[in-house]
Design a protein around this ligand. Sequence first.
Ligand code: CP
Ligand code: NVA
Length: 312
Amino acid sequence: MEINNSLRGRDFISINDFSSDEISYIIKIAHHLKNLQKKGISQEYLKGKSLGMIFVKSSTRTRVAFEVGIYQLGGNALFLNPNDIQLGRGELIKDTARVLSRMLDGIMIRTFAHEDVLELAKWADIPIINGLTDLLHPTQIIADLMTIEEYKGKLQGIKTVFVGDGNNVAHSLLLGGAKVGMDVVVACPEGFTPDAKILELAERDAKLSGATIRVLHDPILACQNADVIYTDVWASMGQEAEAEVKEKQFAKYQVNQELMNQAKKDAIVMHCLPAKRGKEITDGVIEGPNSVVFEEAENRLHAHKAIMAAIM
Ligand code: CP
Ligand code: NVA
Protein backbone atom coordinates (compact mmCIF):
# COMPACT_ATOMS: atom_id res chain seq x y z
CA MET A 1 0.00 0.00 0.00
CA GLU A 2 1.12 3.53 -0.79
CA ILE A 3 1.33 5.68 2.36
CA ASN A 4 0.21 9.11 1.15
CA ASN A 5 1.37 12.50 2.37
CA SER A 6 -1.96 13.61 3.84
CA LEU A 7 -0.69 13.45 7.45
CA ARG A 8 2.97 14.26 6.77
CA GLY A 9 4.31 16.86 9.19
CA ARG A 10 1.44 16.57 11.67
CA ASP A 11 1.98 16.17 15.42
CA PHE A 12 0.44 13.15 17.15
CA ILE A 13 -0.55 14.58 20.51
CA SER A 14 -4.21 13.66 20.93
CA ILE A 15 -6.55 11.32 19.04
CA ASN A 16 -8.89 14.28 19.08
CA ASP A 17 -6.64 16.23 16.70
CA PHE A 18 -7.52 13.76 13.93
CA SER A 19 -10.72 13.08 12.02
CA SER A 20 -12.41 9.66 12.09
CA ASP A 21 -11.10 8.99 8.59
CA GLU A 22 -7.56 9.91 9.62
CA ILE A 23 -7.68 7.59 12.64
CA SER A 24 -9.03 4.78 10.44
CA TYR A 25 -6.26 5.47 7.95
CA ILE A 26 -3.53 5.16 10.61
CA ILE A 27 -5.07 1.87 11.81
CA LYS A 28 -5.16 0.63 8.21
CA ILE A 29 -1.45 1.41 7.82
CA ALA A 30 -0.80 -0.47 11.08
CA HIS A 31 -2.54 -3.62 9.76
CA HIS A 32 -0.58 -3.26 6.51
CA LEU A 33 2.79 -2.93 8.27
CA LYS A 34 1.99 -5.89 10.52
CA ASN A 35 1.21 -7.96 7.44
CA LEU A 36 4.45 -6.98 5.72
CA GLN A 37 6.46 -7.69 8.85
CA LYS A 38 4.89 -11.15 9.27
CA LYS A 39 5.74 -11.94 5.64
CA GLY A 40 9.31 -10.70 6.13
CA ILE A 41 8.88 -7.98 3.50
CA SER A 42 11.06 -4.87 3.82
CA GLN A 43 9.15 -1.81 5.04
CA GLU A 44 11.67 1.01 4.64
CA TYR A 45 9.17 3.87 4.58
CA LEU A 46 11.43 6.08 6.75
CA LYS A 47 14.84 5.33 5.28
CA GLY A 48 17.49 7.60 6.77
CA LYS A 49 15.12 9.34 9.21
CA SER A 50 15.85 9.84 12.91
CA LEU A 51 13.49 9.91 15.89
CA GLY A 52 14.52 11.41 19.24
CA MET A 53 12.83 9.77 22.23
CA ILE A 54 12.61 11.74 25.49
CA PHE A 55 11.38 9.62 28.41
CA VAL A 56 10.81 11.56 31.61
CA LYS A 57 8.76 8.56 32.88
CA SER A 58 9.63 4.85 32.63
CA SER A 59 8.62 2.66 29.71
CA THR A 60 9.07 -0.82 28.31
CA ARG A 61 6.52 -1.16 25.48
CA THR A 62 6.50 2.39 24.15
CA ARG A 63 10.27 2.68 24.13
CA VAL A 64 10.92 -0.66 22.46
CA ALA A 65 8.05 -0.24 19.98
CA PHE A 66 9.29 3.14 18.75
CA GLU A 67 12.95 2.17 18.74
CA VAL A 68 12.55 -1.17 16.96
CA GLY A 69 9.74 0.29 14.86
CA ILE A 70 11.78 3.06 13.28
CA TYR A 71 14.67 0.66 12.75
CA GLN A 72 12.35 -1.69 10.83
CA LEU A 73 11.23 1.30 8.76
CA GLY A 74 14.81 2.02 7.73
CA GLY A 75 15.49 4.83 10.21
CA ASN A 76 17.07 5.10 13.63
CA ALA A 77 16.15 6.23 17.13
CA LEU A 78 18.01 8.10 19.86
CA PHE A 79 17.04 7.48 23.46
CA LEU A 80 17.31 10.84 25.22
CA ASN A 81 17.27 10.44 28.99
CA PRO A 82 16.39 13.85 30.48
CA ASN A 83 19.04 13.25 33.14
CA ASP A 84 21.68 13.10 30.42
CA ILE A 85 20.50 15.89 28.12
CA GLN A 86 20.55 19.56 29.12
CA LEU A 87 16.74 19.60 29.48
CA GLY A 88 17.28 17.92 32.85
CA ARG A 89 19.57 20.81 33.89
CA GLY A 90 17.01 23.42 33.07
CA GLU A 91 17.50 24.12 29.35
CA LEU A 92 14.17 25.42 28.14
CA ILE A 93 11.76 23.22 26.21
CA LYS A 94 11.54 25.91 23.55
CA ASP A 95 15.30 25.91 23.04
CA THR A 96 15.50 22.11 23.05
CA ALA A 97 12.69 22.02 20.48
CA ARG A 98 14.45 24.34 18.07
CA VAL A 99 17.83 22.61 18.38
CA LEU A 100 16.42 19.09 17.91
CA SER A 101 14.31 20.28 14.97
CA ARG A 102 17.53 21.00 13.09
CA MET A 103 18.91 17.50 13.59
CA LEU A 104 16.01 15.07 13.84
CA ASP A 105 12.91 14.16 11.79
CA GLY A 106 10.59 13.63 14.76
CA ILE A 107 10.47 13.61 18.56
CA MET A 108 8.55 11.25 20.82
CA ILE A 109 8.13 12.47 24.39
CA ARG A 110 6.72 10.80 27.51
CA THR A 111 6.37 13.14 30.45
CA PHE A 112 4.11 14.33 33.28
CA ALA A 113 2.56 17.65 32.25
CA HIS A 114 0.59 17.60 29.01
CA GLU A 115 1.44 21.30 28.60
CA ASP A 116 5.12 20.38 28.19
CA VAL A 117 4.27 18.35 25.09
CA LEU A 118 2.20 21.24 23.71
CA GLU A 119 5.11 23.59 24.41
CA LEU A 120 7.53 21.28 22.60
CA ALA A 121 5.17 21.08 19.63
CA LYS A 122 4.72 24.84 19.58
CA TRP A 123 8.44 25.43 19.11
CA ALA A 124 9.48 22.38 17.09
CA ASP A 125 9.04 22.28 13.37
CA ILE A 126 9.22 18.49 13.16
CA PRO A 127 6.39 16.12 14.20
CA ILE A 128 5.97 15.61 17.96
CA ILE A 129 4.52 12.33 19.21
CA ASN A 130 2.92 12.12 22.64
CA GLY A 131 4.23 8.92 24.24
CA LEU A 132 2.02 9.47 27.34
CA THR A 133 1.28 12.37 29.64
CA ASP A 134 -0.75 12.60 32.83
CA LEU A 135 -3.70 13.49 30.58
CA LEU A 136 -3.47 11.25 27.50
CA HIS A 137 -1.94 8.10 26.02
CA PRO A 138 -2.88 8.31 22.34
CA THR A 139 -0.34 5.91 20.77
CA GLN A 140 -1.65 3.16 23.06
CA ILE A 141 -5.15 3.59 21.74
CA ILE A 142 -4.16 3.21 18.08
CA ALA A 143 -2.74 -0.21 18.99
CA ASP A 144 -5.86 -0.99 21.01
CA LEU A 145 -8.30 -0.08 18.26
CA MET A 146 -6.20 -2.17 15.88
CA THR A 147 -6.40 -5.09 18.31
CA ILE A 148 -10.16 -4.77 18.76
CA GLU A 149 -10.61 -4.71 14.97
CA GLU A 150 -8.51 -7.87 14.66
CA TYR A 151 -10.60 -9.78 17.18
CA LYS A 152 -14.05 -8.32 16.53
CA GLY A 153 -13.78 -7.57 12.81
CA LYS A 154 -15.07 -4.02 13.28
CA LEU A 155 -15.11 -1.08 15.68
CA GLN A 156 -18.50 0.49 15.06
CA GLY A 157 -20.96 -0.47 17.78
CA ILE A 158 -18.46 -2.54 19.80
CA LYS A 159 -19.18 -2.23 23.52
CA THR A 160 -15.90 -1.44 25.28
CA VAL A 161 -15.94 -1.09 29.04
CA PHE A 162 -12.97 0.54 30.74
CA VAL A 163 -13.00 -0.55 34.40
CA GLY A 164 -10.93 1.49 36.86
CA ASP A 165 -9.44 4.95 37.14
CA GLY A 166 -10.61 7.70 34.76
CA ASN A 167 -6.96 8.20 33.78
CA ASN A 168 -4.82 9.00 30.72
CA VAL A 169 -5.59 5.65 29.07
CA ALA A 170 -9.32 6.01 29.77
CA HIS A 171 -9.21 9.52 28.29
CA SER A 172 -7.60 8.42 25.06
CA LEU A 173 -9.92 5.41 24.83
CA LEU A 174 -12.90 7.74 25.16
CA LEU A 175 -11.56 10.02 22.43
CA GLY A 176 -10.66 7.09 20.17
CA GLY A 177 -13.90 5.20 20.74
CA ALA A 178 -15.85 8.37 19.97
CA LYS A 179 -14.01 8.75 16.64
CA VAL A 180 -14.74 5.20 15.47
CA GLY A 181 -18.33 4.79 16.68
CA MET A 182 -17.82 2.48 19.66
CA ASP A 183 -20.10 2.13 22.66
CA VAL A 184 -17.64 3.26 25.35
CA VAL A 185 -18.42 2.87 29.03
CA VAL A 186 -16.10 3.94 31.85
CA ALA A 187 -16.85 2.17 35.13
CA CYS A 188 -15.08 4.03 37.92
CA PRO A 189 -15.56 5.05 41.54
CA GLU A 190 -17.14 8.42 42.16
CA GLY A 191 -14.41 11.01 42.40
CA PHE A 192 -12.35 9.22 39.73
CA THR A 193 -14.44 10.04 36.68
CA PRO A 194 -12.67 11.11 33.50
CA ASP A 195 -11.88 14.77 32.96
CA ALA A 196 -15.01 16.79 32.10
CA LYS A 197 -13.34 18.47 29.11
CA ILE A 198 -12.34 15.08 27.65
CA LEU A 199 -15.87 13.76 28.10
CA GLU A 200 -17.23 16.83 26.34
CA LEU A 201 -14.87 16.32 23.38
CA ALA A 202 -15.77 12.63 23.20
CA GLU A 203 -19.47 13.37 23.32
CA ARG A 204 -19.12 15.91 20.53
CA ASP A 205 -17.44 13.31 18.27
CA ALA A 206 -19.87 10.60 19.34
CA LYS A 207 -22.72 12.61 17.84
CA LEU A 208 -20.96 12.48 14.47
CA SER A 209 -19.82 8.85 14.54
CA GLY A 210 -22.81 7.19 16.24
CA ALA A 211 -20.69 6.30 19.28
CA THR A 212 -22.12 6.36 22.78
CA ILE A 213 -20.22 7.57 25.83
CA ARG A 214 -21.22 6.66 29.37
CA VAL A 215 -19.73 6.89 32.85
CA LEU A 216 -21.14 4.42 35.38
CA HIS A 217 -20.21 3.63 38.95
CA ASP A 218 -21.56 0.07 39.06
CA PRO A 219 -18.96 -2.22 37.42
CA ILE A 220 -21.30 -5.23 37.27
CA LEU A 221 -23.94 -3.27 35.42
CA ALA A 222 -21.33 -1.62 33.18
CA CYS A 223 -19.84 -4.94 32.01
CA GLN A 224 -23.15 -6.48 30.96
CA ASN A 225 -22.97 -7.69 27.38
CA ALA A 226 -19.53 -6.14 26.85
CA ASP A 227 -17.45 -7.07 23.80
CA VAL A 228 -14.27 -5.69 25.34
CA ILE A 229 -13.25 -5.28 28.98
CA TYR A 230 -10.29 -2.99 29.45
CA THR A 231 -8.41 -2.09 32.59
CA ASP A 232 -5.28 -0.28 33.75
CA VAL A 233 -3.43 0.26 37.02
CA TRP A 234 -5.30 2.15 39.73
CA ALA A 235 -2.28 4.36 40.53
CA SER A 236 -0.55 5.74 37.46
CA MET A 237 3.08 6.82 37.26
CA GLY A 238 3.50 9.80 39.56
CA GLN A 239 0.69 8.63 41.90
CA GLU A 240 2.78 6.11 43.85
CA ALA A 241 2.02 7.86 47.16
CA GLU A 242 -1.73 7.39 46.61
CA ALA A 243 -1.52 3.69 45.68
CA GLU A 244 -2.46 2.28 49.07
CA VAL A 245 -5.49 4.52 49.58
CA LYS A 246 -6.63 3.90 46.02
CA GLU A 247 -6.51 0.12 46.53
CA LYS A 248 -9.33 0.45 49.04
CA GLN A 249 -11.34 2.88 46.93
CA PHE A 250 -11.06 0.67 43.83
CA ALA A 251 -11.56 -2.79 45.40
CA LYS A 252 -14.95 -3.22 43.69
CA TYR A 253 -13.43 -2.40 40.30
CA GLN A 254 -11.19 -5.43 39.91
CA VAL A 255 -11.54 -7.28 36.59
CA ASN A 256 -12.19 -10.78 37.91
CA GLN A 257 -14.31 -13.78 36.92
CA GLU A 258 -17.45 -12.22 38.38
CA LEU A 259 -17.11 -9.20 36.07
CA MET A 260 -16.21 -11.44 33.14
CA ASN A 261 -19.43 -13.40 33.69
CA GLN A 262 -21.39 -10.24 32.86
CA ALA A 263 -19.69 -9.79 29.49
CA LYS A 264 -20.34 -11.66 26.25
CA LYS A 265 -18.83 -15.16 26.19
CA ASP A 266 -16.34 -14.16 23.51
CA ALA A 267 -15.46 -10.81 25.11
CA ILE A 268 -11.78 -9.91 24.97
CA VAL A 269 -9.85 -8.60 27.96
CA MET A 270 -7.35 -5.82 27.40
CA HIS A 271 -4.78 -4.07 29.58
CA CYS A 272 -2.25 -1.52 28.37
CA LEU A 273 0.28 -3.09 30.80
CA PRO A 274 2.21 -3.08 33.06
CA ALA A 275 -0.40 -4.86 35.23
CA LYS A 276 -0.66 -5.34 38.96
CA ARG A 277 -2.12 -8.82 39.32
CA GLY A 278 -4.47 -9.24 42.24
CA LYS A 279 -5.25 -5.51 42.15
CA GLU A 280 -7.00 -4.17 39.00
CA ILE A 281 -7.05 -7.64 37.37
CA THR A 282 -6.81 -11.19 38.68
CA ASP A 283 -4.10 -13.55 37.55
CA GLY A 284 -6.83 -15.94 36.37
CA VAL A 285 -8.37 -13.36 34.01
CA ILE A 286 -5.12 -11.97 32.59
CA GLU A 287 -3.87 -15.52 31.92
CA GLY A 288 -7.33 -16.74 30.88
CA PRO A 289 -8.74 -17.58 27.42
CA ASN A 290 -10.30 -14.15 26.86
CA SER A 291 -7.13 -12.18 27.48
CA VAL A 292 -5.42 -10.60 24.45
CA VAL A 293 -2.98 -8.45 26.41
CA PHE A 294 0.18 -9.72 24.73
CA GLU A 295 -1.23 -9.40 21.22
CA GLU A 296 -2.25 -5.89 22.28
CA ALA A 297 1.31 -5.22 23.46
CA GLU A 298 2.74 -6.53 20.18
CA ASN A 299 0.42 -4.24 18.27
CA ARG A 300 2.15 -1.25 19.85
CA LEU A 301 5.02 -1.99 17.47
CA HIS A 302 2.82 -2.03 14.37
CA ALA A 303 0.70 0.93 15.47
CA HIS A 304 3.71 3.10 16.31
CA LYS A 305 5.30 2.29 12.98
CA ALA A 306 2.06 3.38 11.33
CA ILE A 307 2.02 6.69 13.22
CA MET A 308 5.64 7.40 12.28
CA ALA A 309 5.23 6.33 8.65
CA ALA A 310 2.20 8.59 8.31
CA ILE A 311 3.51 11.77 9.92
CA MET A 312 7.33 11.73 9.62
N1 CP B 1 1.44 0.53 27.97
C1 CP B 1 2.58 1.24 27.98
O1 CP B 1 2.65 2.39 27.54
O2 CP B 1 3.64 0.55 28.45
P1 CP B 1 5.07 1.16 28.82
O3 CP B 1 4.87 2.06 30.01
O4 CP B 1 5.91 -0.04 29.13
O5 CP B 1 5.58 1.93 27.64
N1 NVA C 1 -2.09 4.90 33.41
C1 NVA C 1 -0.77 4.33 33.38
C2 NVA C 1 -0.44 3.83 32.01
C3 NVA C 1 0.92 3.21 31.87
C4 NVA C 1 1.22 2.77 30.49
C5 NVA C 1 0.24 5.37 33.83
O1 NVA C 1 0.13 6.52 33.44
O2 NVA C 1 1.13 5.00 34.60
